[in-house]
Design a protein around this ligand. Structure first.
Ligand code: HEC
Ligand code: HEC
Length: 318
């Protein structure tokens, strides 16, 4: 018996030591670095900056990038991410203006596209906080890149450097174990024909804006390459901190009549909610829901048509 206890004790001490050493190792190693394996067709990408692309890119970036990257003067010089859950440490969005020293003036088009799709930067560093856009259509990604290279005010070369990222030990452990960069999809991705309103709405909701990311159950149980596999797809309840640190859970926007938007939102009310943050009962939707002002009414109606077709989820969000 004594011998058994001794063995058990040594095993426990051994385990604690191993875990301790592993934590020390992850803490020292930090967020991992990967090989920058830009696919051939992306490597030599040279995006032609046309007025159409700049306009489209600006429209997309206004709802997708500026919230995190713009300072108070609407320049994309980066800032502290105030609504990052505290357990992940501190993160700063970076300067993505054309400044060659502080911004991304020296990045090639291929490096930008690869980063947006995989989360791997040109120096190989993996970025866990910045959202990835693996399924956005090639032409839309090119439009975002054209906008970043344009003479529009927010992206003009501007000095300004953010502090070093300060990931918590938890984030370091997660990025060394379960949070991995995405494989870039190599086959061409096109924007679906807009006359097929459901397919088009599916593209806008899942692949262009990624509404599901906030509106499903949990950020850590999502599948950006196959959004439909995300836990509680569009059923809401994802606990999201606002800028004051209070929790605002995302809404159930499946068409469940009792707990979703099936009875709560007409198509016209839905357009007002998504574009202007107007609730159907007269109130205002709270941050982190944002007014998606640059989406067209047709794009938002298409999202509505698409949401009607996905499985209803019964989930009363409090
Ligand atoms: C949720 C906030 C958030 C959103 C939204 C966001 N970013 Fe970022 N972005 C970050 C953070 C945080 C970093 C820093 C990543 C790191 O270094 O780990 C970053 C880094 C970058 C970088 C790398 C800059 C460098 O010098 O290393 C580029 C390029 C970039 N973002 C472009 C974009 C574009 C384009 C969009 C819109 C399509 C966008 N971001 C949307 C948070 C965000
Ligand atoms: C950054 C996270 C985030 C993103 C991205 C986001 N939402 Fe929301 N949304 C929320 C939160 C949080 C709420 C709840 C706000 C509240 O309770 O005041 C909400 C509320 C809503 C509501 C109101 C539902 C109700 O029951 O009143 C609708 C409709 C909606 N979002 C649609 C969308 C659509 C469509 C998209 C994509 C174009 C989208 N949201 C993108 C976080 C987000």
């Amino acid at each position: 018996m004594k011998r058994f206890l001794k063995t058990a004790l040594f095993t426990i001490i051994g385990l604690i030591t191993v875990i301790g050493v592993a934590l020390l190792f992850f803490n020292f190693k930090g967020v991992p670095t990967y090989e920058v394996a830009i696919p051939e067709n992306m490597k030599n990408l040279k995006v032609e900056v046309t007025p159409e692309r700049v306009a489209r890119g600006e429209k997309i970036a206004t709802v997708l990038c500026n919230g995190c990257h713009a300072n108070n003067d609407n320049r994309l010089v980066g800032k502290a991410i105030l609504d990052l859950p505290a357990e992940f440490g501190k993160a700063y969005s970076l300067n993505i203006t054309q400044d060659k020293e502080h911004g991304i003036g020296n990045w090639t088009d291929g490096e930008i596209m690869y980063f947006l799709k995989t989360g791997i930067k040109r120096n190989g560093k993996y970025s866990p906080i910045m959202p990835k856009l693996p399924r956005m259509a090639d032409e839309d990604v090119k439009s975002v890149i054209a906008y970043l290279h344009s003479d529009r005010f927010p992206v003009q070369a501007t000095k300004g450097k953010q502090p070093e990222q300060a990931p918590s030990l938890l984030l370091k452990v997660l990025t060394n174990t379960v949070m991995k960069p995405l494989e870039p999809i190599k086959k061409p991705i096109n924007v679906p024909d807009s006359t097929n309103i459901v397919e088009f709405g599916k593209y806008v909701a899942n692949d262009m804006i990624a509404c599901y990311a906030c509106h499903s159950k949990d950020f850590s149980k999502q599948d950006p390459l196959h959004p439909e596999n995300s836990l509680g797809f569009y059923g809401g309840g994802n606990p999201m901190p606002n800028l004051e640190g209070q929790i605002v859970p995302s809404s159930n926007i499946t068409f469940d009549e009792k707990t979703g938007i099936g009875k709560k939102y007409t198509e016209a009310q839905f357009v007002d909610a998504v574009k202007l943050c107007k609730k159907s009962d007269g109130g205002v939707l709270r941050y982190p829901m944002q007014p998606h002002v640059t989406l067209t009414d047709y794009e938002v109606k298409a999202i509505y048509a698409y949401l009607k077709t996905i499985p209803k989820i019964k989930n009363q969000v409090k």
